[in-house]
Design a protein around this ligand. Structure first.
Ligand code: APR
Ligand code: ZN
Length: 362
């Protein structure tokens, strides 16, 4: 039996999302039905709508959320009805060879993320990362959800799977930032702020936050930045300014805007021998980056990340427990909350740089 529920559908590129009834099938083997309680709006959802990220429409977007398990299909062992859960972007069975080797993105269940449990006007509807958090209800594999304590506000839990995990995972799982290091972060959206706070938790001693929006200085410092630079205020080129104020190049740089020119700058700001530069932002798909051939020959690393290679079994509970201990900020990321039928206003807040995370509350 299918359930009729409401969803915000991205029908066409560069058009507002529309709120429509959709049909959702019952959960199958190892799947659960989740009543969504909150969903974050991410820049990647906007990039898809704008046609800058390859993803076919129509679709139900939304790839970070939290809700309550309302029904379980056969063979569900990890969760039960009534559990509060975070819906993760990555799936982790914990049993296949890639999972056992710690390669989270290689889990054999990855193809399950493309399951299409929704129908709209009789046609199957695509979802992003198998989450569809822009729908009031969704059906998802049990290996994609993490049970959380019922005391955690849904709005704060909802931002963990992408905005938080991408930034924190890039620091902890990919760059492996070490105590005492110098870190440079371009872009202080939800991703960059979480790079800043994860680097601070890892013991980085100098964290330089860079943003063209001067309004970001205060929040960057709240999340642990020791320096703030607005490149538009500088008399010197950024590299000269930073080498002068830091006494050398950085150990780590993170590009969290999705701008290829900034990525090239970030590569140039890390130590040519041991420096590590992480490409975290998602640039428009048709753009390229050119680097000098000398970039790599002394040992510098440039690497990417997929959702911080975050593991729903270990990383999501770690962030939730750090939040409960007061060591990890989540509430401060949620600057705006809106009902589903005002979702397009949430994207406007993002475009104008007013929000860190706007969150839909169901
Ligand atoms: N230099 C420095 N900062 C910049 C620049 C620039 N040239 N251009 C934009 N920024 C800043 C903005 O002022 C803003 O504070 O980058 C920040 C980006 O924040 P958001 O738009 O909130 O983006 P976020 O959700 O954090 O995502 C960043 O990661 O997931 C991807 O697709 C996403 O590519 C995007 C990136
Ligand atoms: Zn995202």
């Amino acid at each position: 039996m299918s359930l009729i529920t409401k969803a915000a559908i991205a029908r066409d590129h560069n058009a507002p999302l529309i709120i429509e009834d959709v049909a959702l099938r019952a959960p199958g083997r190892r799947e659960v039905l989740v009543e969504m309680k909150a969903s974050g709006l991410c820049h990647t959802d906007l990039s898809i709508v704008q046609g800058n990220f390859p993803f076919p429409l129509p679709a139900i977007l939304g790839h970070e959320g939290a809700g309550i398990v309302r029904a379980c299909g056969p063979d569900v062992t990890r969760v039960k009805e009534g559990d509060h859960v975070i819906l993760n972007n990555l799936i982790h069975c914990g049993e296949c060879e890639p999972c056992r080797k710690g390669k989270v993105t290689g889990c054999v269940l990855r193809s399950e993320l493309d399951a299409m449990p929704f129908h709209w006007n009789g046609e199957p509807l695509r979802t992003l990362s198998g989450i569809a958090s822009f729908a009031r209800h969704t059906v998802i594999r049990q290996e994609q959800v993490t049970v959380i304590p019922q005391s955690i506000p849904f709005a704060s839990a909802a931002v963990v799977p992408c905005g938080v995990m991408t930034g924190a995972g890039a620091v902890w799982n990919d760059a492996k930032v070490e105590p005492g290091s110098t870190v440079v972060v371009f872009g202080l959206g939800s991703i960059g702020l979480n790079v800043v706070q994860a680097a601070a938790i890892s013991g980085a001693s100098r964290i330089v936050a860079i943003d063209i929006n001067p309004g970001k200085e205060q929040v960057a410092r709240l999340f642990g930045a020791t320096h703030f630079v607005n490149p538009r205020d500088l008399a010197l080129p950024l590299k000269e300014h930073l080498t002068a104020s830091l006494g050398g190049l950085a150990d780590y740089a993170f590009e969290c805007v999705g701008n290829v020119d900034l990525l090239a700058q970030a590569v140039d700001l890390v130590d040519p021998f041991s420096g590590v530069c992480l490409a975290v932002g998602v640039p428009p798909q048709n753009q390229s980056i050119t680097l000098p051939a000398s970039t790599f020959y002394l040992g510098r690393t440039v690497r990417g990340t997929h959702i911080g290679d975050g593991n729903p079994l270990e990383d999501t509970p770690r962030i939730v427990s750090d939040y409960q201990n007061g060591a990890f900020k989540l509430n401060e990321l949620v600057t705006h909350t809106l009902p589903l039928d005002r979702i397009n206003e949430g994207f406007d807040l993002m475009k104008t740089g007013q929000s860190i995370r706007a969150v839909i509350l169901y």
